[in-house]
Design a protein around this ligand. Structure first.
Ligand SMILES: Cc1cc2nc3c(=O)[nH]c(=O)nc-3n(C[C@H](O)[C@H](O)[C@H](O)COP(=O)(O)O)c2cc1C
Length: 189
């Protein structure tokens, strides 16, 4: 079982990174191999709508998305983390989403398990989660519930609540790891 964490926050050491790393620690305890991709170090431009990836399945833009394509294709499951910025994912996370247009032709994300992980101060978690579920479904991925953590300053999700009832954000992240493993095992039967 191979699980990739994508951290869609432009800052290092932030709440999204903490939550995604918690999910990855949880899946490693269940025997999965993990890898991570953090947008803060990367240069990923938006899709320019050239249409060249239909039907080739290959994006011609040579930037750090090429590294992420390889990592996503390696993974059986993808943990997609983003802070909420003005009620939706960050610009960096949306650039990644749009650059997977090539996978509509190649269907290389189809059947992978996908989990949304969100960090936010207060408002927009529900619709941002729906935004990610919409992308997962468009790509034929299999969604699990995921995790939402509340906090504004770096590290606040460590002590903050999760999106569920009577659960901390870190507990929800660990449960997300367990849900991913359970889904992967179910699918491999
Ligand atoms: C440009 C910008 C827009 C934001 N918009 C929202 C928002 O719409 N709703 C919200 O609850 N928090 C919003 N926040 C707060 C972040 O979601 C919050 O600080 C989050 O924990 C940051 O995650 P990070 O530490 O992984 O970068 C915004 C922050 C920034 C910088």
């Amino acid at each position: 079982m191979k699980v990739l964490g994508i951290i869609g926050s432009p800052r290092h050491g932030g709440n999204t990174e903490i939550l995604v790393n918690e999910v990855l620690a949880s899946v490693r305890e269940e025997g999965a191999a993990t890898d991570v991709f953090h947008v803060a170090d990367k240069n990923i431009s938006g899709c320019d709508g050239c249409g060249g990836c239909f039907p080739s399945g290959v994006c011609r833009i040579k930037d750090d998305m090429q590294e992420l394509y390889r990592k996503m294709e390696w993974a059986d499951a993808i943990v997609f983390g983003s802070p909420v910025y003005f009620n939706y994912v960050t610009a960096q996370a949306k650039a990644i989403i749009d650059r997977t247009f090539c996978y509509l032709a190649s269907r290389r994300l189809q059947g992978k398990v996908a989990a949304p992980v969100l960090a936010l101060r207060r408002i927009g978690g529900g619709q941002t989660r729906v935004q990610l579920f919409g992308w997962f479904i468009s790509q034929g991925m299999i969604p699990v519930r995921g995790a939402i953590g509340y906090g504004a300053q770096k590290g606040e999700v460590r002590t903050g609540v999760g999106g569920g009832i009577n659960v901390t954000a870190l507990e929800e992240a660990r449960q997300t790891g367990k849900d991913i493993i359970a889904m992967l095992k179910r699918l491999s039967k």
